[in-house]
Write a protein that binds this ligand. Structure first.
Ligand code: TXA
Ligand code: MG
Length: 349
């Protein structure tokens, strides 16, 4: 089991002084949890294998699940990856933003960061505080989501502290993340056959328009536990609360009636009729049908709250619709509900 840090985790706001202090910590090889427009990340110097090792240890993430490298400006990309013109095209359209691009890696990127894969995932984030930190430290920063491996991603600094307090020295508090679900991952290793490895706020159709070719979802095998994920967003079970999560079809009177004491039901729209809620059960709703952005923004917060309030089950409707965020939420919820556990202890403390 990784050692606990003796120091308590410091939560810092983004003053110029604090940013300078955090940049110095990153240059020394320390870790800083950072806000991004998608979810909070756990950042460390991507070029320093020791810092990368600390990231895996703090998250209890198996080293066969590679890290995303974050950059501040396009000029940093060439040093890390073989960048084809197609990649520059999509980066021009969507960076800074919630898009991660996978390309063949250059030797400067430590094998540990990419779990031995010959490719590297790179993203230029949009969050202003994280951007200032990237600029101040002048390093590419490896940053997976700042949650214990397998658990729900954090979308506030408090979520990070709830799971990683005492295991990391710093969290930079940038408020709640705008988007609330992780970036779209686009595999451009073969620029003529772009593949989405993980759906996010940037839709395949938007990428298709820019690339002028079909962009298809990954259709390969799910990653078996313990092996290096070539399409790691494809871990069958991930993003899970500790409370069993069960997907339900469109909730009807029968769904409400079947709720047991201790069950929580999450609906994707405000119910149009009032159904009686059995005693001891609770019902929440997100606005996924009318406002997928608002629903994505609060999805993980909602699941975390239910997960820490003693429910026996969380029943969730799947959002409908073709929007990028509805697709991303369906993807995360389906994985959260999957019964296969990866070959690692995923329970947060
Ligand atoms: O929005 C996001 O992407 C957030 C913020 C912090 O940037 N990061 C994030 O990182 O979600 P993480 O590590 O939780 O998820 C990144 C996914 C993992 O499933 C990983 O396996 C995959 O990206 N990945 C990393 N490097 C890869 C590579 N070379 N090829 C394919 N997938 C890769
Ligand atoms: Mg993650």
């Amino acid at each position: 089991m990784p050692k606990r840090l003796a120091t308590r985790t410091q939560r810092l706001t983004g003053t110029p002084r604090n940013l300078a202090r955090l940049a110095a910590a990153l240059r020394r090889g320390d870790l800083v949890a950072v806000p991004t427009e998608t979810v909070y990340g756990l950042a460390g110097n991507a070029l320093d294998p020791k810092a990368c090792r600390r990231i895996f240890a703090a998250k209890r993430r198996p080293t066969n699940d590679p890290l995303i490298v974050h950059i501040h400006e396009l000029g940093q990309w060439d040093a890390l990856a073989e960048v084809p013109p197609e990649a520059l095209l999509v980066a021009g359209a969507f960076w800074p933003g919630p898009l991660t691009i996978v390309l063949p890696k250059k030797p400067v990127v430590p094998d540990l960061a990419t779990s031995g894969l010959p490719s590297v995932a790179v993203r230029m984030p949009a969050h202003p505080l994280f951007r200032r930190l990237l600029k101040t430290c002048g390093l590419p920063l490896a940053a997976p989501s700042a949650n214990p491996f397998g658990y729900l991603s954090p979308t506030t600094a408090q979520h990070v502290l709830d799971n990683l307090s005492g295991r990391i020295p710093f969290v930079l508090d940038g408020g709640a993340c705008d988007i609330g679900v992780e970036s779209t991952i686009l595999d451009l290793r073969n620029p003529r056959r772009p593949v989405i490895l993980r759906p996010g706020a940037i839709h395949a159709d938007d990428l298709s328009r820019v690339l002028r070719c079909a962009v298809t979802p990954y259709r390969g095998k799910k990653t078996p536990p313990g092996s290096t994920a070539v399409a790691p967003g494809m871990l069958e079970q991930h993003y899970s609360p500790r409370t069993p999560l069960v997907l339900v079809g469109r909730a009807t009177a029968a769904t409400f009636k079947s709720l047991g004491s201790g069950d929580a039901l999450v609906l994707m729209a405000k119910p149009t009729r009032r159904f009686p809620v059995p005693s001891g059960a609770s019902v929440r709703w997100l606005s996924a049908e009318h406002d997928p952005a608002a629903a994505a923004h609060s999805l993980f917060t909602c699941l975390r709250k239910l997960d820490t309030s003693g429910h026996s089950r969380i029943l969730v409707e799947l959002p409908r619709g073709r929007s990028a965020l509805a697709e991303a939420m369906r993807d995360r919820l389906t994985r959260a509900a999957a019964k296969t556990r990866p070959g690692t202890d995923v329970s947060p403390e």
